[in-house]
Design a binder for this molecule. Structure first.
Ligand code: NDP
Ligand code: TDO
Length: 285
């Protein structure tokens, strides 16, 4: 089976290109071959390639910049995934799409379940919620995997930023009033592959029974400050991390204070991701 993978240069996409190999022929396209802001090109690629499955790991992920570029964020995160979903449905191809903890407003005191009402606080979250809705409205078989605080040793992310700042000897100041679950990009990719292997074995009725939204995040929770402290500790860097409040960090976009997601639906049917601290250890090991 031909699997169209978008966003292969990104954190999750890079891992997916490896994790999906066992499932079929992975055709990884870059922005140069399929720019999600160009809907005509998206349609052309889908109609030329005619994939048997679409895994959309591309996304507009610049949370602060999205406040200044809402139209572009919505085109890439909502309109293009909607088009991919409609084109995939026309081909009878299932689609996997990724979403975010930032669809929630953070006002809940416990962990969010899949059926909790979404109410994003920022443009990025709004565009991702619109993307979820567009993929579901596409009418085909789909999985929407919401993950959170993704990191890895490649590219720009919170882990690599903290390691760089600590190595430069910078005084680390990190917000301690936002709770979430840091999630290793490899955990997301491996979980996706595990779910899709079961889908392939399950036959046509599988998507009807098991499709829809899943929360896919590390077990446990921490704050960005707790994550930063763990990063320097695991990396063996002698450096203090000062806790600050969100108000003390200059940010354009408002982030949810609590975006911890309950992963019970995933755990009951498929697997449990490692605890965030254990995953960090594995990532840096
Ligand atoms: N990062 C995180 O903390 C979280 C991410 N997610 C979601 O997971 C998914 C994957 O995110 P992640 O891997 O972390 O993101 P990255 O920012 O690491 O990668 C994004 C990918 O999308 C590609 N991309 C961006 N714009 C376009 C475009 N116009 N056309 C084609 N490709 C484009 C990038 O290509 P290029 O290299 O050319 O820019 C890159 O390959 C996204 O849907 C994201 O919203 C969910 C929760 C947390
Ligand atoms: C670099 C840095 C950030 N911060 C704060 C800013 C922010 O509140 C928090 C996280 O910063 P970042 O900008 O790395 O993270 P942010 O862009 O908010 O990360 C989000 O990205 C999108 C794509 C998602 O989907 C989310 O799940 C989440 O991972 O830490 C500090 O307090 N000190 C620092 O030195």
């Amino acid at each position: 089976m031909k699997i169209l993978l978008t966003g292969a240069s990104g954190q999750v996409g890079y891992q997916l290109e490896r994790s999906l190999q066992a499932l079929g022929e992975v055709v990884a396209v870059t922005r140069a071959q399929m720019d999600l802001s160009d809907l005509g090109q998206v349609r052309d690629v889908m109609r030329t390639l005619r994939p048997g499955m679409v895994v959309n790991a591309a996304g507009y992920t610049a949370v602060d910049r999205a406040e200044r570029e809402p139209a572009l964020a919505f085109r890439i995160n909502a309109e293009a995934p909607g088009l991919l979903a409609r084109e995939a449905a026309a081909l009878g191809a299932p689609m996997v799409h990724y979403s975010t903890d930032y669809v929630f407003d953070g006002h809940k005191s416990g962990a969010y379940v899949e059926t909790d009402a979404a109410n994003p606080l920022n443009v990025y979250g709004q565009s991702k919620l619109a993307g979820e809705q567009a993929v579901a409205a596409g009418g085909g078989a789909h999985l929407i995997l919401r993950t959170s605080w993704v990191y890895g040793t490649r590219g720009d992310n919170f882990l690599t930023t903290m390691l760089r700042l600590a190595a430069e000897g910078a005084a680390l100041r990190v917000v301690s009033d936002q709770a979430g679950a840091p999630t290793w990009s490899r955990s997301v990719a491996d979980t996706t592959a595990l779910m899709l292997a079961q889908a392939q074995a399950g036959g046509p009725g599988w998507w009807q029974q098991h499709g829809g939204i899943y929360h896919v995040a590390s077990a446990g929770q921490t704050s960005w400050h707790g994550f930063a402290e763990a990063i320097v500790a695991e990396a063996g860097i002698d450096c203090t991390v000062a806790p600050i409040t969100s108000d003390q960090w200059p940010a354009t976009a408002t982030r949810p204070r609590n975006s911890v997601m309950h992963c019970g639906r995933l755990t009951q049917r498929f697997c449990r991701l490692p605890d965030w601290r254990e995953a960090l250890r594995l990532c840096l090991g």
